[in-house]
Design a protein around this ligand. Structure first.
Ligand SMILES: Cc1cc2nc3c(=O)[nH]c(=O)nc-3n(C[C@H](O)[C@H](O)[C@H](O)COP(=O)(O)OP(=O)(O)OC[C@H]3O[C@@H](n4cnc5c(N)ncnc54)[C@H](O)[C@@H]3O)c2cc1C
Length: 407
């Protein structure tokens, strides 16, 4: 898989930069079409992020994925790729190689074996069958245009030697900025700039949010508390769990909204999204007005959370004695809990990068750069960012497939 002399890589149809989800799918699909590619990967193994994804279980697609689950300056851009490679194509592809999926929640599909490494093995096995080379420990340094294609320079991290390889096409699948220690680099962004392609602004997404200042201690004491909530901003709402942490807020609903959040903005949390707390109180006080608000709230929340609510609500009053103003405060706090995050936890904790190669620079049908024939961009480095729940892999597979058809 690695260590071949660079001179052995001849008559390539393409050089694929990065053996992540997009690059591996591209290599495999190219193999089906009888096209020969060389995949260059800086890590010592392919698929580092696949391996850690979904808590090591790899949420490899989502049954309900459509272009509407993606953020991009052009929300229509991904439609063509998703029409060419559908969720059903992902499911059938893995089934062909013995991986069936189980839905965990909200359409999220995981291998029944629960092992992300099984997903990687599918790609490495097929590449081996087709004789597609995946060269690990090979960090791409430079790509330049030459006659009839591109010269790619990479450095072998074992020997320290630099090598040049040539091909008529280059596929940039080096991913986004999250988690540098897993191999993430800004290579795709630098290369795009070098070729004069525009970038949209990039930021961590699917990332925990921080709370600082006077509220910090209140959040910290609740660390570990999880509550099913509806988290909203002026653009969108997500109904999933939130998780209080030492630094602020995390959990799926927070990760989802983080992709739509901009510094300085507030988010609103409905801590009881499927009922109205005041209606429930009115109902309850018809039966037992003597009940303390604290014990009533413990029907819905942990003791720890109710205790922390003391800061905002008269939890020691009984239900019968709650005034109109009390009820208004309760309703506001439970259904419109407002948070102004100080920031996010950054690329070390983000699952994905928002923004990237401006989609207006690429053909939506082929993912080839309009200004640079033969140069393709796929996966996370493109300004197409999926929600939490298998959507980002669906984009990586689809874009890898599309590129393979066109190299
Ligand atoms: C903790 C975590 C969990 C996740 N879980 C899920 C999940 O369950 N479901 C889901 O859909 N998405 C998940 N994601 C997101 C998903 O992993 C990415 O969106 C996806 O891997 C992007 O695929 P890619 O091929 O574009 O990039 P990557 O998979 O990141 O692959 C890029 C590859 O390029 C290599 N590379 C970078 N620079 C160079 C260079 N200069 N030379 C050579 N190689 C280079 C990198 O080492 C890497 O192997 C998760 C992400 C994280 C961080």
């Amino acid at each position: 898989m690695s260590g071949n002399s660079a001179s052995t890589y001849k008559d390539l149809d393409a050089i694929v930069l990065g053996a992540g989800a997009c690059g591996l799918m591209c290599a495999v699909q190219a193999g089906y079409l009888g096209k020969k590619v060389l995949v260059l990967e800086k890590n010592d193994k392919p698929g580092a992020k696949i391996l850690i994804s979904g808590g090591g279980r790899c949420n490899y697609t989502n049954l309900y994925a459509s272009h509407q689950n993606f953020i991009s300056e052009n929300e229509h851009f991904s439609k063509s790729a998703f029409a060419q490679w559908t969720v059903q194509d992902t499911i059938s592809f893995f089934e062909t190689y013995g991986i069936s999926g189980q839905e965990k929640t909200l359409g999220q599909l995981f291998p029944t074996t629960n092992k992300a490494k099984d997903i990687i093995k599918v790609f490495t096995d097929i590449c081996e069958d087709f004789g597609q080379s995946i060269r690990c420990n090979s960090e791409v340094q430079k790509v330049i245009s030459v006659e009839n294609g591109f010269e790619v320079t990479f450095k072998d991290s074992v020997t320290g030697n630099e090598h040049q390889v040539y091909a008529p096409n280059v596929v940039v699948a080096t991913g986004g900025l999250p988690i540098a220690k897993m191999g993430a680099t800004d290579f795709a962004l630098r290369l795009a700039r070098q070729f004069g392609l525009n970038l949209t602004s990039t930021a961590p997404a699917l990332v925990p949010l921080t709370v600082t200042g006077k509220d910090h201690d209140w959040y910290e004491q609740l660390s570990g508390t999880s509550i099913f909530s509806r988290v909203s901003n002026h653009k969108i709402s997500f109904d999933e769990n939130i998780l209080f942490t030492h630094w602020g807020l995390s959990g799926p609903a927070i990760l989802q909204i983080s992709s739509y959040w901009r510094p300085g903005e507030k988010i609103t949390i409905d801590l009881l999204p499927d009922s109205n707390i005041v209606d429930l109180i009115e109902e309850e006080r018809n039966h037992s007005g003597k009940k303390l608000l604290a014990s009533f709230l413990e029907k819905f929340y942990s003791k720890k959370f109710v205790e922390a609510m003391k800061k905002y609500l008269p939890v020691d009053k009984n239900l019968a004695s709650l005034s109109k103003d009390d009820l208004l405060s309760i309703e506001e706090l439970i259904h419109q809990f407002s948070v102004k995050p100080a920031g996010d936890k950054g690329y070390d904790k983000a699952e994905v990068m928002r923004g990237g190669i401006d989609t207006s620079e690429l053909s939506s049908k082929t993912l080839e750069a309009k200004k640079v024939p033969g140069l393709f961009f796929g996966g996370e480095c493109v300004d197409v960012t999926g929600w939490l729940g298998g959507y980002n892999f669906q984009w990586a597979w689809a874009s890898g497939f599309v590129i393979a058809q066109n190299i």
